[in-house]
Design a protein around this ligand. Structure first.
Ligand code: 5RP
Length: 215
């Protein structure tokens, strides 16, 4: 599977144009993209990072990491996913970086999602849906999620996000209307963000393989 991730990550380099500031996601697939970006770092103006983990890897390669507040809109965002449906709607947040990932996706003209074939699903929800929550609202949000979705939220114990929050992973969902579920979960007080990328799905999905497939 890591070979498929590498092939997807390296294929995404084709979307990087000279002088770009590149939005960079988080995870093991993105790590291959960052390594490939390191090899062409002289061609780009820098990166905006979605996590401390990716920032560290970008800096190891000598790539300048910029503040989104100073860059304005981005042309390109490259990130992985935990699940991807046929409409390029995603579940993300397995690496707990969903909030910053969602911010950068929103700020970007083109979102290129890089996955291995195991991430493609007909309907989202087999992968537990991550929800980032303000710590004091954890129990309240969990109760509301049960009422709203019928799913089972499980506290990702011991995990604190880069924003100082906690994560609930919602099990046993079959998400037939991801746009509605994203909207409804976002309304619960205490929810910071939901790992559904349906309102703003990916624009391009690269599925790693020999050769990679572009959807
Ligand atoms: C991190 C994410 C990742 O993109 C997602 O978990 C996929 O990770 P990987 O590439 O390691 O399979 O959303 O928050």
């Amino acid at each position: 599977m890591s070979e498929a991730k590498r092939l997807a990550g390296e294929k995404a380099i084709e979307y990087v144009e000279d002088g770009m500031i590149v939005g960079v996601g988080t995870g093991s697939t993105v790590a291959f993209f960052i390594d490939a970006l390191g090899r062409i770092k002289h061609r780009i103006a820098g990166a905006v990072s979605s996590s401390e983990q990716s920032t560290a890897r970008l800096k190891q390669h000598g790539i300048e990491v910029l503040d989104l507040n100073n860059t304005g809109p981005l042309s390109l965002y490259v990130d992985g996913a935990d699940e991807c449906d046929p409409h390029k709607r995603l579940i993300k947040g397995g690496g707990a970086a969903l909030t910053r990932e969602k911010i950068i996706a929103e700020a970007s003209d083109k979102f290129v999602c890089i996955v291995d074939p195991s991430k493609l699903v007909p309907v989202l929800g087999k992968f537990p849906l991550p929800v980032e929550v303000i710590p004091m609202a954890r129990s309240l949000v969990a109760r509301e999620i049960v009422k709203l979705t019928g799913g089972q939220p499980v506290w990702r114990d011991g995990v604190v996000t880069d924003n100082g929050n906690v994560v609930l992973d919602v099990h046993n969902l079959s998400i037939v209307d991801p746009v509605a579920m994203e909207r409804d979960l976002n309304q619960i007080p205490g929810v910071v963000s939901v790992g559904l990328f349906a309102r703003r799905p990916a624009d391009v999905v690269i599925v790693g393989g020999e050769p990679p497939k572009v959807l």
